[in-house]
Every structure is written in C-alpha cells, then in structure tokens.
Ligand binder design. Structure first.
Ligand SMILES: Nc1ccn([C@@H]2O[C@H](COP(=O)(O)OP(=O)(O)OP(=O)(O)O)[C@@H](O)[C@H]2O)c(=O)n1
Ligand SMILES: C[C@](O)(CO)[C@H](O)COP(=O)(O)O
Length: 239
C-alpha cells in the first residue's frame, strides 16, 4: 500500500498594490515576523503537511529564500517557483512544479501567502473533506447584505442565507485540481479562486466552515486587525 502525501501550494507572487507599501506586502512585519513567514510556519508545524511549494515573483526568489525560508529554517519548503500574471497562473506554476512529486489521489492545499491566521485544525479538516469529494473550500457565512450593482444602480439583493465568503485553504485531490487548472488555461477562463475551476466543470465542492479571523492581508488596516487577533490569541511573538 502506498502512503498518501499532502502538499501545500502557497501563492505569494502578487504585487500587493492595494497595500501601497514600499516593499511587497508579504514581507511586511506582522507582530515581529514577515507575513509570509508567519503563513508558512503554520504549514511547517502541521504534522499533516509533507511539503510546501512556494510561488513568488521571479525576481524575489533569492530574497525569499534568504530572508524567509533560510532565515526561519523552513525545512518543508521543497522549492520556490516564479508566479504568473494572475493568482490562477501562479497557482498553476506551483501545481506544475509538484507534478512529479504527487500521485493523482494525494491532496494539495492551496493557501494565500497573505492569510497568516489560518489554524492547523482547519488544515486537517480541509484535507479530510478533500479526500471524500472534489474539493474542500474554507468559507464563512456573509455577515452583510450583499447587493449586485451595475452602473451605480442595484439590480439584485441575493438571499444572504445562500452567500458565503470564500477563504483559503482550498483543498483538492491533486489529479482533480490539476485537470481543472489545465482546462481553465486551455479555455481562457480566469477565476478568482481555485474551487471555481472545479465548480464550472460540475464538480462537488464542500464547504468547511472557516474563521472570521482568517483574513487576507490586503490593505493597511488589515495589519492592525491581524495584530489584534494575534494578541488576543496570545501568539504575537516571533517564532
Ligand atoms: N499574480 C498573482 C497575484 C496574487 N498572488 C497571490 O495570491 C494571494 C491573494 O492575492 P491578493 O491578496 O489579491 O494579492 P495581490 O495580488 O498581491 O494584491 P493587489 O491586488 O493589491 O496587488 C496573495 O498571497 C498573492 O501574493 C499570486 O501568487 N500571483
Ligand atoms: C482565493 C481568495 O483568497 C478567496 O477569497 C481570493 O479570491 C484571492 O484574492 P484576489 O484578490 O481575488 O486575488
């Protein structure tokens, strides 16, 4: 019997434009540690994760290797590969780099490099769900009333009971997500998350109820929020 392996692809190849900082946002300090290092540390310390594939802008690979991977001694990071124009392209580069290492039924978790507050429990739950269907999507119920707007006018108010906010990780059997990414690439489809590439092919993606603290660090106030959450959980020190 072959043992099942679980890898994480961490896309961190965005430009962080909405943060407006002088350095790329994943290297900004969050309670004394670069954001992306804090994210990787959750996966590094989780026994359910066998390896990590990191994706960064091509010209940041040496910096990231020295100041993140080597500086914090992340032994599970098997490679750092260059990202692409959109998040989807970056994830696909990561999946391609994992191809030789993973069997069709091994599980891959895809997690934003700038969501450092993910809990180990949600990693485990996502992996278990991904083994049983086509995909596991960590999400939280929408708290606000959401409007559909066109040209400044509301055209619909979708029933809030049906609306969830997608987070990451999103977990899949490798063969399923690789095929979905390949099809999207060939058909010129770009989605804003990985689960949507499975959904458009009729696959079954199951919700894993997430945590409102698992925020994506996007704009400056998110740093303040994330530091408050870390202080509240007693995890505000550097590793
Ligand atoms: N071409 C891209 C774009 C995004 N990402 C990654 O996808 C995650 C979510 O993206 P987002 O927070 O929107 O980051 P940016 O694209 O960097 O932000 P902005 O749109 O403000 O430039 C981040 O970890 C980001 O680094 C990526 O790997 N490759
Ligand atoms: C995948 C994601 O985290 C789900 O919320 C998110 O869509 C990625 O952010 P982006 O700003 O759309 O790149």
């Amino acid at each position: 019997m072959t043992t099942s392996r679980t890898f994480a692809v961490i896309p961190a190849a965005g430009m962080g434009k909405r943060m407006g900082a002088s350095i790329n946002k994943q290297y900004l300090q969050l309670a004394g540690m670069p954001i992306v290092a804090r994210t990787i540390s959750v996966f590094e310390n989780a026994p359910c994760i066998d390896g990590i594939l990191l994706v960064t802008p091509a010209d940041e690979i040496p910096y990231c290797r020295e100041h993140v991977v080597d500086a914090y001694g992340f032994r599970k990071v098997v490679d750092i590969v260059p990202g692409g124009k959109e998040r989807q392209n970056s994830v696909m580069n990561g999946l391609r780099a994992l191809q030789g290492r993973m069997g069709e039924h091994d599980v891959v978790l895809i997690h934003d490099g700038v969501r450092p507050l993910i809990s180990p429990e949600l990693l485990q739950e996502s992996i278990a769900v991904a083994r049983a269907c086509d995909g596991a999507l960590v999400a939280v119920p929408a708290k606000d009333t959401i409007k559909t707007v066109r040209d400044g006018f509301v055209i619909a108010t979708p029933d809030r009971e049906t609306l969830w906010q997608a987070q990451t990780p999103q977990a899949f059997r490798f063969g399923v997500i690789y095929a979905a990414h390949l099809a999207a690439e060939q058909e010129g489809f770009t989605g804003t998350d990985d689960a949507s590439l499975i959904e458009r092919r009729g696959g079954a993606v199951r919700i894993v109820r997430g945590d409102y603290r698992n925020i994506k660090i996007t704009t400056p106030e998110d740093i303040v929020l994330a530091e408050a959450f870390l202080a509240g959980s007693g995890q505000n020190g550097a590793l």
